[in-house]
Write a protein that binds this ligand. Sequence first.
Ligand code: FES
Length: 95
Amino acid sequence: MDTLNPKPAPMNTEHEITICLGSSCFSRGNKITLEAIKAYIREHSLEGRVFFHGDMCNDLCDQGPILKIDDQVFRNVNSDNVYEILNQFFETIVR
Ligand code: FES
């Protein structure tokens, strides 16, 4: 999982995607959702523009699985709705 390291964001990335890998979010779907996000980044050639990594519990377990894009928090994220979330956020830069 080299894209999920805890290192600071590279200087040249434009956006940050943070997936909660706390035990609740991980077991309730983020284990699968993270693979969907990696595929989305790859399919849209966003590797150099997006810093994708995981973090620990955000204390929002009852609203999870949790995903953050920059300073926006998305709740109840799953592998079915994550593409729509990513498309809405990135639609201006993936066209
Ligand atoms: S495990 Fe994700 S908010 Fe707690």
